[in-house]
Design a protein around this ligand. Structure first.
Ligand code: ATP
Ligand code: MG
Length: 471
């Protein structure tokens, strides 16, 4: 009997020709197994090197157990070196296992090269940690295949960028093509293409597990709703740890302005107050948002400007003059902003003085004036929650125009910090959130009074329940 045979979905993943492939979704789909086995593909090549990452060294234990189970039996003569966390094969080929708990841990691999790079539980990593390893992905000799593989479940600090990179960009099993341009040492321009793909994992794909442990599905079914949807069904819109669980983006309701936070743009009345929020960033993205507030204090986000290169959390590095010019241009042209008085509120950090004066002063020289935003993080977060709550008729105190695509993309993916459990994890793409928070703090509201639902009438059968077993 074969030691390990891929199941159909695992086979589909292993057959993909793309440079980058992500196998993701439900728990128990056979994801970690397939990464460990895939690493063996080129072990006949003496110079082949592969590496498999998990977030922490402790979590790596699970992968090492799998390697021990499969490698030892599949390849007589394979040896494990515990000190280097490396399997060495008779040909000379090597497969490393590594943790990357902190971003700086990636430096350890500077100067190395790997033909096969794999990340298990990719949603636990930051994009910077993942993308750094692209530079380490090159042939260690002639005739090796060079590629990247990853697996993961919904949820975690990397949920947002992973979802964006692999899940929302195209339907499952559809290759995504990205054009790459670069200049060589002779100054010649080159264009090439990189391909990536998402292969969805379902628990039902793993017949081996369903057979060995039919109760596992039951365990997942007993989880709280968010976790259940994420881990049992591989639903990427649902995960535990999400901060703004109130968030709804339902296109069916864009027109009636209810039951959703995203709406079609409209021309706001001239007398509505207009505010603008700004979060400073240079190597990280800067973020601007413009808001209109109606007579009842309901806030609409009408326009965004996000200084991001298109790579997750990478800033465009504009100086103040360029940013200010763009802000003025938008405010002069947008029909909802043209000719209006705009109150601008900024990240308090821009008021800090350095040798050249503060960033706020630089903006003033460019005719863009800010007042200092309030930086109380938890109070600001509560204001954001109050704004998102729906009232008795299903209307929230905040809505955003469907054209503010980066805001709509990043807000629902924010997760809680592990160290400060009440606050948003600041290592994520939280810049549009931050500027929104400054504006919410400027126009504070009280929490909505929730309509109490009528309680169900007492069921006469209830009295028998305590006597029943095996309900
Ligand atoms: N092709 C296969 N043949 C036999 N057993 C398999 C196969 N694929 C996976 N399994 C077994 O199914 C179980 C779950 O697989 P695995 O650990 O790879 O799932 P996973 O998707 O990584 O789960 P999680 O989401 O919890 O990390 C393991 O016991 C694994 O050995
Ligand atoms: Mg796993």
């Amino acid at each position: 009997m074969a030691l390990w045979t891929p199941q159909p979905r695992q086979r589909a993943f292993m057959e993909r020709p793309e440079w980058e492939a992500f196998y993701g979704g439900a728990a128990g789909g056979g994801k970690s197994d397939v990464l460990v086995v895939e690493a063996l593909r080129q072990i006949e090549v003496p110079w082949y090197k592969g590496i498999i990452f998990r977030k922490t060294y402790r979590q790596l234990g699970e992968l090492l157990d799998k390697a021990d189970r499969y490698y030892r039996r599949a390849v007589p003569g394979a040896r494990y070196n515990g000190q280097q966390s490396c399997w060495k094969f008779p040909s000379g080929a090597k497969i490393y296992f590594a943790g990357m708990q902190y971003t700086k841990d990636r430096e350890k691999w500077q100067g190395w090269q790997f033909d096969y790079i794999a990340f298990d539980e990719l949603t636990h990593f930051l994009f910077d940690e993942y993308s750094y390893m692209f530079s380490r992905n090159r042939a260690s000799g002639p005739d090796t295949r060079v590629y990247i593989r990853a697996t993961g479940n919904p949820g975690g600090i990397g949920h947002g960028w992973v979802k964006n990179r692999f899940i929302t960009v195209a339907p499952p099993m559809t290759p995504v093509k990205k054009r790459i341009q670069w200049t060589d040492t002779q100054g010649e321009e080159h264009t090439d293409w990189r391909y990536r793909i998402f292969v969805p994992a379902k628990l039902s794909d793993n017949a081996a597990l369903e057979k060995n442990d039919p109760n596992y599905r039951l365990n997942l079914a007993m989880l709280p709703q968010k976790e259940r949807e994420a881990l049992l069904e591989g639903n990427w819109d649902s995960f535990s740890g999400q901060v703004f669980t109130e968030w709804r983006n339902d296109p069916d309701h864009y027109q009636d302005h209810k039951h959703t936070h995203v709406i079609e743009p409209f021309l706001t009345p001239k007398h509505w107050r207009v505010l603008m929020g700004y979060d400073w960033g240079y190597s990280k993205p800067f973020a601007c948002g413009w808001y209109a507030v109606d007579e009842q204090g309901k806030m609409y986000m009408i326009r965004e400007l996000y200084g991001c290169t298109g790579d997750p959390d990478v800033g465009v590095q504009w100086d103040v003059a360029k940013t200010a010019a763009k802000i003025r241009e938008i405010e002069a042209e947008d029909p909802n902003l043209k000719g209006r008085t705009i109150e601008r509120i900024a990240d308090p950090a821009i008021f800090q003085k350095n040798s050249e004066g503060s960033v706020a002063e630089l903006f003033e020289r460019n005719h863009v004036y800010f007042t200092r935003g309030e930086h109380e993080r938890i109070a600001g977060k509560m204001q954001a929650h109050y704004r998102l709550q729906f009232d008795g008729i299903g209307e929230p105190m905040f809505q955003v125009f469907s054209t503010c695509t980066n805001f709509i993309r990043t807000i629902p993916t924010l997760v809680y910090s592990e160290t400060d459990v009440e606050d948003v994890d600041t290592r994520q793409e939280d810049h549009l959130y931050d500027q929104w928070r400054y504006v919410c703090m400027k126009r504070r509201i009280s929490p909505k009074v929730r309509e109490e639902k009528p309680r169900p009438k007492a069921d006469p059968l209830n009295q028998f329940v305590p006597k029943m077993y095996g309900y």
